[in-house]
Ligand binder design. Structure first.
Ligand SMILES: NC(=O)c1ccc[n+]([C@@H]2O[C@H](COP(=O)([O-])OP(=O)(O)OC[C@H]3O[C@@H](n4cnc5c(N)ncnc54)[C@H](OP(=O)(O)O)[C@@H]3O)[C@@H](O)[C@H]2O)c1
Length: 320
């Protein structure tokens, strides 16, 4: 392999970052072959250096700038999450001429224009396949559909709410279903992002922005919380052969695009109705391509790491 090696640094070594670290440790040859050059994970920034981690033995630092200022690192994977400091760190990476790969839906959805402009000015790439749909290559899929006029985009974009809905069907109360989701590691300690629809709205904002080629802000997505739903509503839906699911929908009307996330009824035997946990389902109706459907694991460390590594490989292949 004669192409210049690509050094990689990770910001954040939690569920997703650690899975990326393990993947670099256990499939180096596969990654190099796919990338057409040597790709090496050189370091990771964390908050707590004492935490035990299963991250493939990657060297750790508590200073993100030790990663950003390392001249051997040409690509930064941001998996800290949240708006700040992730946003400033991504901008700092572009300022230093690094490519950025992220799984952070919040920062991409909120800062679409600024991040894309920073990447353009730096002549570097911003990729975020892992921000929507986990392992499901839906961002890539939508990018390939630039000739079509989108009509309706619909999907299950949040595994926590799908899990809670499937538990409500079994007669479990909302609070118990949420507690179970937290116990299983599906929902975070603060469940607001999931059950009040922020997570799904960020993801829908990203998908609509891609399809429209301009920023569709998360505030433009109408959000209805899942908290109003209980076993009675789930039973009523079941009596009609339907199931309640936390659906994300974008309607691309002639004049304006309307987007919403919230509980809606779907046929019990549909892909959405049959999903019970982290499975995401995304479908796109368009004028030329009828209905296209993507489905698969939308969360979890390894599933999300596979999307991040696909972005790393794509950037490494495109480098001269
Ligand atoms: N988990 C999933 O299934 C999933 C799926 C798709 C997308 N995502 C997205 O991926 C991103 C990461 O998620 P996650 O589940 O891996 O989160 P996580 O487990 O909470 O990990 C976050 C990591 O960031 C580190 N961190 C926090 N502040 C930092 C700072 N200022 N400097 C350096 N490191 C810092 C933390 O360090 P310490 O460990 O030292 O505290 C931790 O290692 C988020 O944007 C999330 O939305 C996650």
């Amino acid at each position: 392999m004669t192409a210049k090696p690509l050094g990689i640094g990770i910001l954040g070594l939690g569920t997703v970052g650690s899975a990326v670290g393990r993947a670099f440790a256990d499939r180096q040859k596969r990654l190099d072959a796919a990338a057409g050059r040597t790709v090496r994970l050189l370091g990771a920034a964390v908050r707590d250096p004492k935490k035990a981690r299963d991250a493939g033995g990657v060297p750790q630092t508590t200073d993100p700038f030790a990663i950003l200022d390392d001249p051997a690192i040409g690509l930064v994977i941001e998996v800290i999450g949240g708006h700040q400091p992730a946003f400033d760190l991504q901008l700092a990476a572009f300022e230093r001429g690094k490519h950025v790969v992220t799984a952070n839906k919040e920062v991409v959805a909120k800062e679409w224009d600024t991040l894309h402009e920073a990447a353009r000015l730096a002549h570097r790439e911003l990729r975020f396949e892992a921000a929507v749909g986990g392992a499901v290559p839906v961002i890539r899929g939508l990018r390939e559909l630039q000739a079509v006029r989108p009509q309706v985009l619909k999907g299950l974009l949040n595994g926590t709410t799908t899990y809670i809905c499937s538990q409500l069907e079994q007669g479990v109360s909302f609070d118990d279903a949420l507690a179970e989701a937290q116990q299983k590691g599906y929902a975070e300690a603060d469940p607001t992002n999931d059950v009040d629809g922020f997570d799904a709205a960020y993801k829908l904002s990203i998908l609509v922005s891609l399809l429209e080629g301009r920023h569709f802000r998360p505030e433009q997505v109408r959000r209805t919380s899942l908290r109003s739903i209980g076993p009675a509503e789930a039973a009523a839906a079941a009596s009609r052969g339907m199931r309640l699911r936390y659906l994300a929908v974008a309607d691309f009307g002639e004049k304006a695009t309307k987007a919403r996330v919230g509980p809606e009824e779907v046929p019990a035997d549909s892909l959405e109705g049959r999903a019970g946990g982290p499975t995401n389902v995304i479908s796109l109706e368009s004028d030329m391509a009828a209905t296209l459907v993507w489905s698969g694991p939308g969360a979890g460390g390894d599933a999300t790491a596979s999307a991040i590594l696909a972005d790393v490989i794509a950037i490494a292949r495109g480098m001269r």
